[in-house]
Each structure stands twice: as structure tokens, then as C-alpha cells.
Design a protein around this ligand. Structure first.
Ligand SMILES: O=C(O)C(=O)C[C@H](O)C(=O)CO
Ligand SMILES: [Zn+2]
Length: 276
């Protein structure tokens, strides 16, 4: 069963007035994984879809949702999947792909059936963006990732960034996805923070130790707000917003984005002491 929610986009000046509940209502996605379901949030930020598939006692098929007005989910879209649970399988039009934890699958526009195989402990995190062209479906294993070491233990932000679905590895129309892993003893991601008016972004936090939390910072650099996230929760980052976080432990997160360009390095960075 494929369930869906809808989120409008917010003007940054309106978002400044949001309190805790409104911030959570508009930006947080806290119910991604439900047994034998696919839970999707369709956002008006670049019409990006964020979701999760948790097949357990049966196979689960990605169904079209009313906002698409298309016969199949991928008639006019592309899809990125990252497994954050135990080893699992995804079948695309009958071809089966094995995904270990932290491995990704890109599915191009035009695929008719995406099926998440039941009977495993897999948890599939999903991002999707509109697509104008069909690129081949491709698995991106750990060995294919582009790995970058970032940060410094002195600033508590030492982390390993794994580019997975980026155009140097797999051709896509808009979608870019990857995993950043905080090294033990480090807690700050994406600090110095940045915005990119050309692209929206979504962050999904996982491998957060039980009982711990991540404080995600958002908002315009001069008007920041925060949302606390638990394990396996995601947050939308509008094009005008920073997206950075600090945990009470180290953790990992998946970043995914879409918009005007495919240039990962296109960021407007702000130094920590410029933030308000
Ligand atoms: O740790 C980081 O820094 C990131 O992972 C940054 C994200 O990849 C990002 O925000 C890309 O725009
Ligand atoms: Zn970013």
C-alpha cells in the first residue's frame, strides 16, 4: 500500500513566525517507515517526494499517487533509493537488485514497476523528482561511491561524505543523493552551513543511537530555527534555508536534492559567526 501526504512551500518571511508545532508540521517527516507500506510526502519544493518503504511480510509495490495524475509513479519522474536497514531486494520491471545497507539504486523515468521485496529487515529511503528524460536504472554500491573526508575533530565536525547518486557516477535529470557519516566523537554536520537557492534539499537522519537526538538547524542564515529529530526521520530544506545539525551523539544522514542544476559544489557558504 502506498500512502501519501502533501506539503505546500513556505515563504521565508512567513516561516520566521512559525513556532515549534508549525515548523514540525511543515518541514518534519516523522513517519517514513510502516510495516508493509510505502509512506510518501509530496512537497512543493521542486515537487520533490520523500518517503520510505518497509516491506516485511509481503512485497510492496510503488503505486502512483493522485498528485502525479500519471498511470505509473515513474511516468514523468526519477527515483533514488538508499537501503538503511538489513540486506534487501528491489525489483525494477522484473530485474532484481540486491542492496546492502548504505547502497543505492537509481531508477530512471519510464520504469513501470518498482517492487520492494518482503521477508527481510531492509528499510528503503526514497527520494523522487520530476524528470524530462529517461536514464538507465543503476545500482550504486559502496565501491562506486565518491568518498570525501570533511571537517576536523577540533570543530566536532569530522565526517565522511559518500556521493552516491551524483552525475559523475550516474546520469540523472535533477536528483542528487548521498550519505554523510559523522565520525565518533563528532556531532556537527554541514558546518560551516550553506544555502543554495538553485536547489531544495531533504535530510534523513539515521543510525542515531536510541535515546539520543539530532538538533537540525534551518531558516535563512540571519533567522535560524531548529527542529529536533529522532532516528529515521527526515526534514525538508527549502531553497532559502540552511540545513545543518548537531547531535547528542554521532549519526549518519542522507542528503537528497533537486532543482536548477546538478552542481554539488554550488553552495553559498556562511561562516559560523554570520549565523543568527
Ligand atoms: O556534511 C555535509 O557537509 C553534507 O553532507 C552537506 C550536504 O551534502 C549538502 O548540504 C549538499 O548541498
Ligand atoms: Zn546543501
Amino acid at each position: 500500500m502506498t500512502k501519501h501526504e502533501f506539503r505546500y512551500a513556505s515563504h521565508p518571511e512567513d516561516a520566521r513566525a512559525y513556532g515549534t508545532e508549525e515548523l514540525r508540521k511543515h518541514f518534519l517527516m516523522d513517519n517514513l517507515f510502516e510495516d508493509d507500506c510505502i509512506n510518501l510526502t509530496y512537497s512543493m519544493y521542486d515537487r520533490y517526494i520523500v518517503g520510505g518503504a518497509k516491506p516485511r511480510s509481503k512485497d510492496v509495490v510503488l503505486e502512483t499517487i493522485p498528485y502525479l495524475k500519471s498511470e505509473n509513479f515513474l511516468d514523468r519522474r526519477e527515483l533514488g533509493i538508499v537501503n538503511v536497514g538489513g540486506k534487501g531486494q528491489v525489483s525494477v520491471d522484473g530485474t532484481v537488485y540486491e542492496l546492502d545497507k548504505k547502497e543505492a539504486l537509481y531508477v530512471g523515468k519510464g520504469a513501470k514497476e518498482v517492487l520492494f521485496k518482503g521477508g527481510s529487515e531492509a528499510l528503503f529511503y526514497i527520494n523522487s523528482a520530476p524528470a524530462h528524460k529517461s536514464f538507465p536504472t543503476k545500482k550504486v554500491g559502496k565501491e562506486n561511491a565518491e568518498v570525501i573526508n570533511l571537517g576536523d575533530a577540533k570543530y566536532a565536525n569530522k565526517r565522511i561524505l559518500n556521493k552516491l547518486i551524483v552525475n559523475s557516477i550516474v546520469e540523472t535529470c535533477q536528483l542528487q543523493m548521498g550519505i554523510t557519516e559523522l565520525v565518533e566523537g563528532n556531532v556537527w554536520n554541514t558546518m560551516p552551513a550553506h544555502t543554495h537557492e538553485r536547489r531544495m534539499e531533504a535530510y534523513f537522519y539515521f543510525d542515531v543511537e536510541e535515546g539520543q537526538t539530532v538538533c537540525h538547524f534551518m531558516g535563512q542564515p540571519q533567522h535560524t530555527r531548529h527542529i529536533f529529530l529522532e532516528n529515521n526521520q527526515a526534514v525538508l530544506s527549502p531553497e532559502w534555508s540552511i540545513h545543518s545539525g548537531s547531535g547528542t551523539t554521532n549519526y549518519s544522514f542522507i542528503w537528497g536534492m533537486a532543482g536548477e542544476n546538478l552542481d554539488y559544489g554550488d553552495m553559498d557558504t556562511c561562516s559560523p559567526n554570520q549565523l543568527r
